[in-house]
Design a protein around this ligand. Structure first.
Ligand SMILES: *Cc1c(COP(=O)(O)O)cnc(C)c1O
Ligand SMILES: [Zn+2]
Length: 408
């Protein structure tokens, strides 16, 4: 049977060590996450951009560049090829002629975590995994529990009690093994770490298995394909664990290597964080290569409440290499942006995604973004998953028969 994947091996971005991909691998011996490498020459020789563009609307249209050998191991709920839409009214408001949303709200499970779950769970299945465990701020656990259910893999999910309520229900309804922790994702991570050590469970924590990035990188492929195989000038990403931004950067480099986009200028990658949790922003400001643990972090944008990311050095590398930047947004600014996007454009986005719009406004004001540049904001999830972030004011309750007073 024809191989579905042109995967080659795993490689450590820190020490260069190589690993086989056909057996379970977690972190490198040196503690770094591993990256997946492909036979890109072979892809280039046998597949064209046109071939890909004719395939079904799913992230699996890029299957040669994904790690699953046997198509039968693919666990899919129809994820990927989310809309890339121009936002003219909001653009006018910000002084931008080409502002776009890449909307991950309209994907199974309601957040882009689905991409990592689809590819990560599929590869786990291919490797014969029977049980996995992970700490999560909610969305990843929900997505992995649902995909694991479909793959018949047992999923143990540990999330903070404060994580969005709906995400624990998603885990529960999927039949996942759910635990709540009175603490942060970093505390959940310690609990999972012990379980992995003592019971040999597959560790699906962010970046502790190499395949979640592969799912998330498809956002980068899609943005480029949706622009007619051209790159935008700026991509803004709400950054927590950083997998999405690392993935997008990896995708761009692969596309260059394949000759599917021009060598040279890449989009400037912008890591957006909430003021209550800014490890990457702090590190970037000082020009450092790694971040420090951010104490007592807090934000309503739960997906980006990650005080110390394992892949921080990869996030920072992507920002430096593309002349990007990192900035922090206050709770007030991001909630205001959320309201603005919905009321001007009709997209009810998540607070994490809203932070990227608040960031665009600020960067435009500072002239860091120019009027005619093509700018893409990643909305990483559906606003419907966070009903508590919207506070309703001034709504009148009517009695039956009571008239609405129209004020002209
Ligand atoms: C997890 C999450 C993020 C952060 O993603 P990373 O790729 O880990 O940086 C952003 N937004 C939402 C909605 C999330 O669930
Ligand atoms: Zn290493």
């Amino acid at each position: 049977m024809k191989d579905y994947s042109y995967i080659s091996h795993l490689e450590c971005p820190k020490c260069g060590e190589r690993y086989e991909e056909n057996e379970i691998q977690q972190l490198c011996k040196c503690g770094s996450p591993l990256l997946v490498r492909y036979h890109l020459e072979k892809v280039k020789a046998t597949v064209s951009r046109e071939d890909i563009s004719k395939r079904s609307n799913s992230l699996w249209r890029y299957h040669e560049l994904l790690p699953i050998h046997n198509k039968e191991n693919v666990i899919t709920l129809g994820e990927g090829m989310t809309p890339l839409e121009k936002l003219p009214s909001l653009g006018a408001e910000y002084g931008l002629n080409n502002l776009y949303i890449k909307d991950e709200g309209v994907i199974p499970t309601g957040s882009f975590k689905t991409r990592g779950a689809s590819v990560g769970v599929s590869k786990a299945k291919e490797l014969g995994v029977k049980q996995l465990a992970m700490p999560t701020n909610g969305n990843a656990g929900a997505a992995w529990a649902l995909y694991a259910a479909k793959a018949k893999i047992k999923a143990t999910i540990v999330m903070p009690v404060d994580a969005p309520q709906i995400t624990r229900k998603e885990v529960y309804v999927a039949g996942g093994d759910l635990y709540l922790i009175n603490g942060l994702i970093s505390d959940a991570g310690k609990v999972v770490g012990k379980l992995v050590q003592s019971h040999g469970v597959y560790d699906s924590s962010t970046l502790k298995e190499p395949y979640r990035i592969e799912g998330k990188k498809t956002m980068g492929y899609e943005i480029v394909e949706q622009f007619g195989w051209k790159v935008p000038d700026v991509i803004l990403y709400p950054t927590g664990g950083g997998v999405g931004i690392i993935g997008i950067y990896k995708a761009l480099l692969e596309l260059q290597e394949l000759g599917w986009i021009e060598k040279g200028k890449l989009p400037r990658l912008v890591a957006v964080q909430a003021e209550g949790c800014t490890p990457i922003v702090e590190a970037w400001k000082k020009g450092e290569k790694e971040s420090n643990f951010f104490e007592n972090s807090t934000t309503c944008a739960f997906g980006i409440n990650v005080p110390k990311a394992l892949g921080d050095f990869l996030v920072l590398e992507g920002i430096y290499a593309t002349q990007g930047c990192a900035l922090a947004i206050s709770e007030e600014e991001l909630l205001q942006a959320q309201k603005q996007v919905a009321s001007l454009e009709g997209n009810f986005i998540c607070p994490e995604g809203a932070a990227t719009f608040a960031a665009v406004r600020i960067l435009r004001e500072q002239d860091w973004i120019q009027e005619d540049e093509h700018v893409v904001c990643l909305n990483t999830g559906l606003g419907l998953k966070y009903p508590e972030t919207v506070e309703i004011e001034g709504v009148q309750t009517l009695q039956p028969g009571q008239d609405i007073f129209v004020n002209n």
